[in-house]
Design a protein around this ligand. Sequence first.
Ligand code: PHE
Ligand code: FE
Length: 321
Amino acid sequence: MIGVAAETMATTELLPAGDFTTLPELPAEVFTAPLQRPPHVGEDWLEPTQRDYGADEHAIWDDLYARQMDVLPGRAASAFLAGTQKLALGRGGVPEFARLSKELGALTGWSIVPVPMLIPDHVFFWHLANRRFPAGNFIRTRETFDYIEEPDVFHDVFGHVPMLADRVYADYMQAYGRAGWKAMRYNRLKALGALYWYTVEFGLIMEGDKLRAYGAGILSGPAEAVFAIEAQSPNRIFLNVDRVMRTDYVIDDLQPTYFVIESLDDLYHQTVDRDFDRLYRSLNAGFTYANTAVIDIDNVLHRGSQEYFLRGGRASSANPI
Ligand code: PHE
Ligand code: FE
Protein backbone atom coordinates (compact mmCIF):
# COMPACT_ATOMS: atom_id res chain seq x y z
CA MET A 1 0.00 0.00 0.00
CA ILE A 2 2.74 2.42 0.95
CA GLY A 3 4.72 1.49 -2.16
CA VAL A 4 1.88 2.40 -4.49
CA ALA A 5 1.07 5.66 -2.72
CA ALA A 6 4.71 6.69 -2.58
CA GLU A 7 5.40 5.92 -6.20
CA THR A 8 2.69 8.23 -7.46
CA MET A 9 4.05 11.14 -5.42
CA ALA A 10 6.22 13.64 -7.25
CA THR A 11 9.67 14.23 -5.78
CA THR A 12 8.92 17.86 -5.00
CA GLU A 13 6.10 16.80 -2.72
CA LEU A 14 8.50 14.59 -0.82
CA LEU A 15 10.25 17.61 0.60
CA PRO A 16 8.55 20.03 2.94
CA ALA A 17 7.64 23.33 1.38
CA GLY A 18 10.11 26.13 1.98
CA ASP A 19 13.60 25.91 3.33
CA PHE A 20 13.30 24.40 6.81
CA THR A 21 13.31 27.82 8.50
CA THR A 22 10.09 26.85 10.27
CA LEU A 23 9.22 23.35 11.44
CA PRO A 24 7.66 21.64 8.42
CA GLU A 25 4.28 20.11 9.01
CA LEU A 26 4.32 16.39 9.61
CA PRO A 27 2.64 14.53 6.75
CA ALA A 28 -0.69 13.22 8.04
CA GLU A 29 0.07 9.60 7.18
CA VAL A 30 3.31 9.53 9.20
CA PHE A 31 3.28 7.60 12.43
CA THR A 32 5.40 9.08 15.21
CA ALA A 33 6.20 7.66 18.62
CA PRO A 34 3.77 9.12 21.17
CA LEU A 35 6.32 11.12 23.16
CA GLN A 36 4.86 13.28 25.89
CA ARG A 37 6.14 16.82 25.42
CA PRO A 38 7.01 18.43 28.77
CA PRO A 39 4.90 21.53 29.36
CA HIS A 40 7.89 23.89 29.57
CA VAL A 41 9.08 23.28 25.99
CA GLY A 42 7.45 24.44 22.76
CA GLU A 43 7.00 22.65 19.42
CA ASP A 44 10.74 22.88 18.79
CA TRP A 45 11.33 20.91 22.00
CA LEU A 46 14.13 23.29 22.99
CA GLU A 47 14.85 24.02 26.62
CA PRO A 48 14.67 27.77 27.36
CA THR A 49 18.12 27.59 28.98
CA GLN A 50 20.88 25.09 29.53
CA ARG A 51 20.84 23.39 32.92
CA ASP A 52 22.94 24.99 35.62
CA TYR A 53 25.16 22.05 36.51
CA GLY A 54 26.41 21.62 40.07
CA ALA A 55 30.05 21.04 41.00
CA ASP A 56 29.47 17.30 41.45
CA GLU A 57 27.94 17.12 37.96
CA HIS A 58 30.85 18.99 36.40
CA ALA A 59 33.13 16.49 38.15
CA ILE A 60 31.23 13.62 36.51
CA TRP A 61 31.95 15.18 33.11
CA ASP A 62 35.62 15.55 33.97
CA ASP A 63 35.90 11.92 35.08
CA LEU A 64 34.08 10.64 32.00
CA TYR A 65 36.30 12.81 29.82
CA ALA A 66 39.49 11.52 31.45
CA ARG A 67 38.37 7.92 31.13
CA GLN A 68 37.63 8.27 27.42
CA MET A 69 40.84 10.12 26.70
CA ASP A 70 42.72 7.17 28.18
CA VAL A 71 41.24 4.73 25.67
CA LEU A 72 40.67 6.83 22.55
CA PRO A 73 44.17 7.61 21.25
CA GLY A 74 44.88 4.96 18.63
CA ARG A 75 41.18 4.05 18.47
CA ALA A 76 39.27 7.26 17.66
CA ALA A 77 39.26 8.80 14.19
CA SER A 78 41.76 11.61 13.76
CA ALA A 79 38.90 13.99 12.85
CA PHE A 80 37.29 13.19 16.20
CA LEU A 81 40.44 13.75 18.23
CA ALA A 82 41.11 16.97 16.30
CA GLY A 83 37.56 18.10 17.14
CA THR A 84 38.03 17.56 20.87
CA GLN A 85 41.13 19.80 20.62
CA LYS A 86 39.60 22.50 18.42
CA LEU A 87 36.65 22.79 20.79
CA ALA A 88 38.69 22.26 23.96
CA LEU A 89 36.14 19.83 25.37
CA GLY A 90 38.53 19.03 28.18
CA ARG A 91 38.80 22.52 29.59
CA GLY A 92 36.84 21.39 32.63
CA GLY A 93 33.18 20.71 33.37
CA VAL A 94 30.12 20.33 31.16
CA PRO A 95 30.68 22.65 28.19
CA GLU A 96 28.57 25.74 28.03
CA PHE A 97 26.45 25.42 24.89
CA ALA A 98 26.54 29.15 24.06
CA ARG A 99 30.34 29.18 24.03
CA LEU A 100 30.55 25.84 22.25
CA SER A 101 28.08 26.97 19.58
CA LYS A 102 30.09 30.11 18.94
CA GLU A 103 33.31 28.18 18.44
CA LEU A 104 31.72 25.37 16.44
CA GLY A 105 29.74 27.94 14.46
CA ALA A 106 32.97 29.61 13.37
CA LEU A 107 34.29 26.24 12.15
CA THR A 108 31.31 24.65 10.39
CA GLY A 109 28.18 26.70 11.15
CA TRP A 110 26.73 24.18 13.62
CA SER A 111 25.28 25.02 17.03
CA ILE A 112 24.35 22.89 20.05
CA VAL A 113 20.90 23.29 21.60
CA PRO A 114 19.57 21.76 24.84
CA VAL A 115 16.60 19.36 24.82
CA PRO A 116 14.96 17.65 27.81
CA MET A 117 14.97 14.08 26.48
CA LEU A 118 14.76 12.11 23.25
CA ILE A 119 12.72 14.21 20.86
CA PRO A 120 10.38 13.20 18.01
CA ASP A 121 12.09 12.18 14.76
CA HIS A 122 10.72 15.02 12.66
CA VAL A 123 11.82 17.63 15.20
CA PHE A 124 15.28 16.04 15.38
CA PHE A 125 15.53 16.04 11.57
CA TRP A 126 14.45 19.67 11.46
CA HIS A 127 17.17 20.78 13.87
CA LEU A 128 19.81 18.84 11.94
CA ALA A 129 18.58 20.37 8.68
CA ASN A 130 19.31 23.76 10.29
CA ARG A 131 22.74 22.66 11.53
CA ARG A 132 21.57 22.56 15.13
CA PHE A 133 22.51 19.52 17.17
CA PRO A 134 20.06 18.74 20.01
CA ALA A 135 21.86 17.61 23.16
CA GLY A 136 20.47 16.28 26.44
CA ASN A 137 20.08 18.81 29.23
CA PHE A 138 21.20 16.43 31.98
CA ILE A 139 24.20 14.29 32.91
CA ARG A 140 24.28 10.70 34.16
CA THR A 141 24.87 10.00 37.85
CA ARG A 142 27.71 8.09 39.51
CA GLU A 143 25.32 5.12 39.77
CA THR A 144 24.82 5.09 36.00
CA PHE A 145 28.40 6.10 35.17
CA ASP A 146 29.10 3.07 32.95
CA TYR A 147 25.81 2.54 31.22
CA ILE A 148 22.81 4.74 30.57
CA GLU A 149 19.79 4.12 28.44
CA GLU A 150 18.90 7.69 27.51
CA PRO A 151 21.58 9.78 25.85
CA ASP A 152 22.89 12.41 28.27
CA VAL A 153 25.01 15.49 27.66
CA PHE A 154 28.22 13.45 27.77
CA HIS A 155 27.14 11.10 25.01
CA ASP A 156 25.61 13.90 22.98
CA VAL A 157 28.38 16.46 23.31
CA PHE A 158 31.52 14.42 23.80
CA GLY A 159 30.36 11.67 21.42
CA HIS A 160 28.79 13.68 18.60
CA VAL A 161 30.09 17.23 18.63
CA PRO A 162 33.82 16.75 17.80
CA MET A 163 32.94 15.21 14.41
CA LEU A 164 30.74 18.23 13.65
CA ALA A 165 33.94 20.29 13.54
CA ASP A 166 34.80 18.41 10.32
CA ARG A 167 33.40 20.12 7.21
CA VAL A 168 32.46 17.00 5.29
CA TYR A 169 30.86 15.33 8.28
CA ALA A 170 29.02 18.56 9.13
CA ASP A 171 27.48 18.56 5.66
CA TYR A 172 26.60 14.88 5.91
CA MET A 173 24.66 15.47 9.14
CA GLN A 174 22.69 18.35 7.65
CA ALA A 175 21.88 16.27 4.54
CA TYR A 176 20.74 13.47 6.83
CA GLY A 177 18.33 15.82 8.59
CA ARG A 178 16.88 17.04 5.32
CA ALA A 179 16.54 13.43 4.18
CA GLY A 180 14.18 12.67 7.06
CA TRP A 181 11.15 14.03 5.27
CA LYS A 182 11.53 11.74 2.31
CA ALA A 183 11.89 8.74 4.59
CA MET A 184 8.75 9.74 6.49
CA ARG A 185 6.78 10.04 3.25
CA TYR A 186 7.80 6.55 2.25
CA ASN A 187 7.25 5.21 5.77
CA ARG A 188 10.89 4.11 5.81
CA LEU A 189 12.14 5.78 8.98
CA LYS A 190 13.48 2.46 10.26
CA ALA A 191 15.75 2.16 7.24
CA LEU A 192 17.04 5.71 7.60
CA GLY A 193 17.45 5.01 11.32
CA ALA A 194 19.63 1.98 10.53
CA LEU A 195 21.86 4.21 8.41
CA TYR A 196 22.24 6.61 11.34
CA TRP A 197 22.94 3.75 13.68
CA TYR A 198 25.68 2.16 11.58
CA THR A 199 27.34 5.46 10.64
CA VAL A 200 26.74 8.31 13.10
CA GLU A 201 26.51 6.08 16.16
CA PHE A 202 28.70 3.05 15.41
CA GLY A 203 30.73 3.87 12.31
CA LEU A 204 34.34 2.81 11.77
CA ILE A 205 36.76 4.40 9.32
CA MET A 206 39.99 3.26 7.66
CA GLU A 207 42.86 5.67 8.09
CA GLY A 208 45.60 4.26 5.90
CA ASP A 209 45.81 0.67 7.12
CA LYS A 210 44.53 1.56 10.60
CA LEU A 211 40.98 1.05 11.75
CA ARG A 212 39.48 3.89 13.80
CA ALA A 213 36.05 4.79 15.22
CA TYR A 214 34.02 7.88 14.34
CA GLY A 215 30.62 6.77 15.74
CA ALA A 216 29.42 8.56 18.88
CA GLY A 217 28.05 5.41 20.49
CA ILE A 218 31.52 3.90 20.34
CA LEU A 219 33.43 6.99 21.36
CA SER A 220 31.38 7.92 24.43
CA GLY A 221 31.99 4.63 26.27
CA PRO A 222 35.21 2.77 27.21
CA ALA A 223 34.13 -0.83 26.55
CA GLU A 224 32.87 -0.45 23.00
CA ALA A 225 35.86 1.67 21.93
CA VAL A 226 38.12 -1.30 22.63
CA PHE A 227 35.65 -3.93 21.39
CA ALA A 228 34.88 -2.18 18.10
CA ILE A 229 38.53 -1.81 17.14
CA GLU A 230 40.20 -4.88 18.63
CA ALA A 231 37.76 -7.69 19.49
CA GLN A 232 37.48 -10.89 17.43
CA SER A 233 33.70 -11.21 17.87
CA PRO A 234 32.23 -8.51 15.62
CA ASN A 235 32.08 -8.46 11.85
CA ARG A 236 33.67 -5.45 10.18
CA ILE A 237 32.23 -4.87 6.73
CA PHE A 238 32.75 -1.99 4.31
CA LEU A 239 29.75 0.32 4.19
CA ASN A 240 27.19 -0.29 1.49
CA VAL A 241 24.23 2.01 2.03
CA ASP A 242 21.61 -0.26 0.45
CA ARG A 243 22.78 -3.18 2.57
CA VAL A 244 22.98 -1.21 5.81
CA MET A 245 19.48 0.19 5.41
CA ARG A 246 18.19 -3.39 5.30
CA THR A 247 20.04 -4.43 8.46
CA ASP A 248 18.49 -4.84 11.90
CA TYR A 249 20.21 -3.33 14.94
CA VAL A 250 20.29 -3.70 18.71
CA ILE A 251 20.42 -0.69 20.99
CA ASP A 252 21.20 -2.36 24.30
CA ASP A 253 24.43 -4.29 23.74
CA LEU A 254 27.75 -4.14 21.92
CA GLN A 255 27.30 -4.36 18.16
CA PRO A 256 27.75 -7.74 16.40
CA THR A 257 28.65 -5.92 13.17
CA TYR A 258 30.34 -2.61 12.37
CA PHE A 259 30.39 -0.94 8.98
CA VAL A 260 33.58 0.68 7.79
CA ILE A 261 33.99 3.73 5.55
CA GLU A 262 37.11 4.46 3.53
CA SER A 263 36.97 8.19 4.24
CA LEU A 264 34.44 10.84 5.25
CA ASP A 265 34.14 11.73 1.56
CA ASP A 266 33.23 8.10 0.92
CA LEU A 267 30.42 8.39 3.50
CA TYR A 268 29.22 11.67 2.06
CA HIS A 269 29.12 10.52 -1.55
CA GLN A 270 27.60 7.10 -0.86
CA THR A 271 24.67 8.75 0.90
CA VAL A 272 24.19 12.23 -0.50
CA ASP A 273 24.68 11.26 -4.15
CA ARG A 274 22.38 8.24 -3.88
CA ASP A 275 18.76 8.60 -4.95
CA PHE A 276 16.86 7.25 -1.96
CA ASP A 277 13.47 7.36 -3.71
CA ARG A 278 14.37 4.23 -5.65
CA LEU A 279 15.85 2.64 -2.59
CA TYR A 280 12.81 3.30 -0.37
CA ARG A 281 10.51 1.85 -3.01
CA SER A 282 12.48 -1.36 -3.11
CA LEU A 283 12.71 -1.87 0.67
CA ASN A 284 10.49 -4.16 2.68
CA ALA A 285 8.76 -2.66 5.70
CA GLY A 286 10.93 -4.71 8.06
CA PHE A 287 14.64 -5.46 8.00
CA THR A 288 15.97 -8.18 5.71
CA TYR A 289 19.29 -9.00 7.39
CA ALA A 290 20.03 -10.00 10.97
CA ASN A 291 22.66 -7.86 12.64
CA THR A 292 25.04 -10.84 12.82
CA ALA A 293 24.75 -11.74 9.12
CA VAL A 294 27.52 -11.71 6.55
CA ILE A 295 26.03 -11.85 3.05
CA ASP A 296 27.57 -12.73 -0.29
CA ILE A 297 27.81 -9.15 -1.57
CA ASP A 298 29.66 -7.95 1.55
CA ASN A 299 33.14 -6.53 1.25
CA VAL A 300 34.42 -8.02 4.49
CA LEU A 301 37.35 -6.56 6.39
CA HIS A 302 37.04 -8.95 9.32
CA ARG A 303 34.65 -11.84 9.67
CA GLY A 304 33.78 -11.97 13.37
CA SER A 305 33.73 -15.09 15.52
CA GLN A 306 30.53 -13.79 17.20
CA GLU A 307 31.88 -15.45 20.34
CA TYR A 308 30.60 -12.68 22.64
CA PHE A 309 27.06 -13.01 21.33
CA LEU A 310 27.12 -16.80 21.27
CA ARG A 311 27.96 -16.63 24.96
CA GLY A 312 24.88 -14.52 25.55
CA GLY A 313 26.21 -10.97 25.40
CA ARG A 314 25.45 -8.43 28.09
CA ALA A 315 22.57 -10.48 29.49
CA SER A 316 24.96 -13.23 30.60
CA SER A 317 27.88 -10.91 31.44
CA ALA A 318 29.97 -12.48 28.68
CA ASN A 319 33.50 -11.16 28.17
CA PRO A 320 33.65 -8.73 25.26
CA ILE A 321 36.23 -10.72 23.29
N1 PHE B 1 20.56 11.04 -1.04
C1 PHE B 1 19.53 10.94 -0.07
C2 PHE B 1 18.13 11.02 -0.71
O1 PHE B 1 17.98 11.05 -1.88
C3 PHE B 1 19.66 12.01 0.99
C4 PHE B 1 20.55 11.64 2.13
C5 PHE B 1 21.72 12.33 2.35
C6 PHE B 1 20.21 10.64 3.02
C7 PHE B 1 22.53 12.00 3.43
C8 PHE B 1 21.00 10.33 4.09
C9 PHE B 1 22.18 11.00 4.29
O2 PHE B 1 17.17 11.03 0.00
FE1 FE C 1 23.79 9.53 19.85
